[in-house]
Design a protein around this ligand. Structure first.
Ligand SMILES: Nc1ncnc2c1ncn2[C@@H]1O[C@H](COP(=O)(O)OP(=O)(O)OP(=O)(O)O)[C@@H](O)[C@H]1O
Ligand SMILES: [Mg+2]
Length: 249
């Protein structure tokens, strides 16, 4: 059974990368996607990772989301060294603690919006009626209460993106990762999505880590981390007493 160590959590660190490198092998060529990244993300914060195309943002999010492992270095989520876990334990840890919003939504086309959001609860909630109720409430929270029975193809891009956020949030994970969640949305729909995530962050103290090029997403962030060529080149923290008190560095 994997349980987060309370020590780090009580210090207010939701996730951290220590000296992380990531290399991809492309035939005989080695691509260095991350070249030694260290960062820590405060519990309950809303952090945006930005930087040019190919700088390593998605790679960093995938490591923080336990979807991939680093070549070297340490990845800690809620005080747990996730590299040290077995594949099975890591899958279970991910299911328990993390929500992921993919840039291309990754919804299951044959399932309705309601079934897509219910899906992550299959492993953890036995009672089918409770699963349905929680999924429905989450879809209502993202403004899709009238579209429960629609399949992804019958929804707009913005609505699909909201289903993806509802699916990531339905288990009430401590940490939600989202890769360019507003990239396919117009400005207004993007702003609505940001507001919705911020409400969830405030109400449930959820930590959000997002990658984005979107100025409206970047400007409201508690912290902005800029990556270039696999390295952190800038960290800007919005002066926030709450964050300072949580000991963010
Ligand atoms: N599976 C892979 N195999 C080989 N190289 C990869 C792989 N995934 C990513 N890369 C390379 O690693 C580097 C970082 O890629 P990554 O997807 O993290 O960039 P990004 O910052 O998310 O870019 P974008 O803004 O375009 O989404 C790039 O040079 C990319 O070509
Ligand atoms: Mg990317």
């Amino acid at each position: 059974m994997v349980s987060p160590q309370q020590s780090n959590e009580s210090e207010g660190v939701a996730a951290c990368l220590q000296e992380v490198t990531k290399e991809y092998q492309l035939g005989k060529t080695t691509v260095q996607a991350l070249r030694g990244i260290s960062l820590s993300i405060a519990v309950g914060s809303y952090t945006v990772i930005c930087g040019p195309s190919g700088s390593g943002k998605s790679t960093a999010l995938q490591l923080l989301g336990c979807l991939d492992m680093p070549t070297t270095g340490r990845v800690e989520i809620a005080g747990q060294d996730v590299v040290a876990l077995s594949d099975k334990a890591r899958t279970s840890f991910r299911a328990q603690h993390l929500g992921f919003v993919f840039q291309n939504f990754n919804l299951v086309p044959v399932l309705t919006a309601l079934e897509n959001v219910e899906y992550p609860l299959q492993l953890t909630v036995r009672d089918a009626a409770e699963r349905r109720e929680r999924a429905q409430k989450m879809l209502e929270a993202v403004g899709l209460g009238t579209m429960l029975q629609r399949r992804p193809a019958e929804l707009s891009g913005g609505q699909r993106q909201r289903v993806a956020v509802a699916r990531a949030m339905v288990k009430r994970p401590k940490l939600v990762l989202a890769d360019e969640p507003t990239a396919n949305l117009d400005r207004r729909t993007g702003a609505e999505l940001i507001e919705m995530m911020r409400t969830m962050q405030r109400e449930h103290q959820t930590t959000f880590i997002l990658s984005s090029h979107d100025p409206q997403m970047i400007e409201g962030a508690d912290e902005r981390i800029r990556i270039e060529d696999g390295r952190v080149v800038e960290r800007v923290q919005r002066s926030s007493p709450a964050l300072a008190m949580r000991g963010a560095s």
